[in-house]
Design a protein around this ligand. Structure first.
Ligand code: NAP
Length: 289
């Protein structure tokens, strides 16, 4: 947050219900402070039946934009004037941008995931990726990886849900290599030698059930894998500990949270914010809670 709020302060925020858990206010306000920008990012608790009024209200109040989180990522479609290609593809808007008096709905999770992966030195083109889970987050991850040229095998507890997601992404991106299987130890065992990237999009390992992991204890972990766990609380999940113990590269979900935030920030202010400052602000806030 800017040290002195005044009539020229630019406003952004995050609409969710509930929204208290969000780290985005701390993350963005730390970036504003680091850059000396006269801007402020506020949490906006918006009940589902007030979403259209809230979006119209943001325009009336002169907001530059907003993030959108659970449970509004789909419903907010009806409130925007334009949708980006990514938001349309994955049926989810996480960023509103005010442009020429209109609301544009975008999705920064997709470029945020790819940027955080590439920043760690992993380029998905031509690589084999294993994605665990087939929920809302998996949709964006599978789409992002397939579009970036990776071959994707999706493993999900409910195999039909995984198959449906693969069918949907194959329709959007014809000709890509995509398949779905059951999330079972034998399937992990079969896929692990060829895979170069493992992305966990299930909540397994998330606080308070921190002992859980999608990787079975009796299955040796391949050292050649890069592992990206979308879970960010705790910062070091059991899956990441298993990966590190085997000498594999481990990337935590906070990185994606920070990069999706940084990309939204860039869409609003045309400046790439300092991601290290944003990351540190999230870690500090998590330690305070
Ligand atoms: P979701 O829509 O509820 O999907 C959850 C997926 O995990 C489903 O495919 C589900 O399988 C599977 N799953 C749930 N419990 C399981 C279990 N006990 N064993 C095996 N599979 C299980 O959730 P989501 O919105 O995709 O979010 C998933 C995780 O990603 C959450 O931890 C969330 O915090 C994290 N996330 C992180 C970021 C980030 O920026 N780092 C962004 C988005 C989400 P079924 O289909 O069989 O039910």
């Amino acid at each position: 947050m800017s040290t002195s709020l005044n009539g020229r302060t630019k406003l952004v925020g995050v609409m969710g219900w509930p929204v208290e858990h969000s780290l985005s206010p701390q993350m963005h306000n730390a970036a504003f402070a680091a850059l000396g920008l006269n801007c402020c990012y506020v949490p906006l608790a918006v009940p589902p039946d007030h979403l259209p009024q809230a979006v119209a209200g943001l325009a009336a109040l002169g907001f530059v934009g907003s993030n959108v989180t659970v449970p509004h990522k789909q419903a907010v479609w009806a409130c925007v004037d334009e949708l980006s290609e990514d938001a349309q593809a994955v049926s989810a808007v996480n960023t509103l941008i005010r442009r020429d008096g209109k609301w544009v709905g975008g999705n920064s999770d997709i470029p945020g995931f790819l940027m955080s992966l590439e920043e760690e030195g992993f380029l998905p083109r031509g690589k084999r990726a294993l994605v665990l889970g087939a929920g809302g987050a998996a949709r964006g991850i599978v789409y992002a990886l397939a579009r970036a040229g990776a071959q994707v095998t999706l493993l999900n507890r409910t195999v039909e849900r995984g198959e449906a997601l693969v069918r949907e992404i194959s329709r959007l991106l014809p000709g890509r290599s995509l398949e779905a299987r059951a999330l079972l130890p034998e399937e992990l065992g079969k896929a692990r030698d060829d895979a170069e990237l493992l992305v966990n999009t299930t909540p397994l390992g998330m606080w308070p059930r921190v002992e859980a992991s999608p990787w079975p204890d009796d299955l040796p972990f391949p050292a050649h894998l890069t592992v990206f766990d979308l879970v960010y609380n705790p910062l070091r999940t059991r899956l990441l500990s298993q990966a590190q113990a085997a000498g594999a590269k481990a990337i935590g979900g906070l990185k994606m949270l920070v990069y999706q935030g940084a990309i939204s920030f860039r869409w609003w202010f045309d400046v790439m914010p300092p991601t290290d400052v944003m990351y540190r602000a999230c870690v500090d806030e998590m330690a305070r809670r």
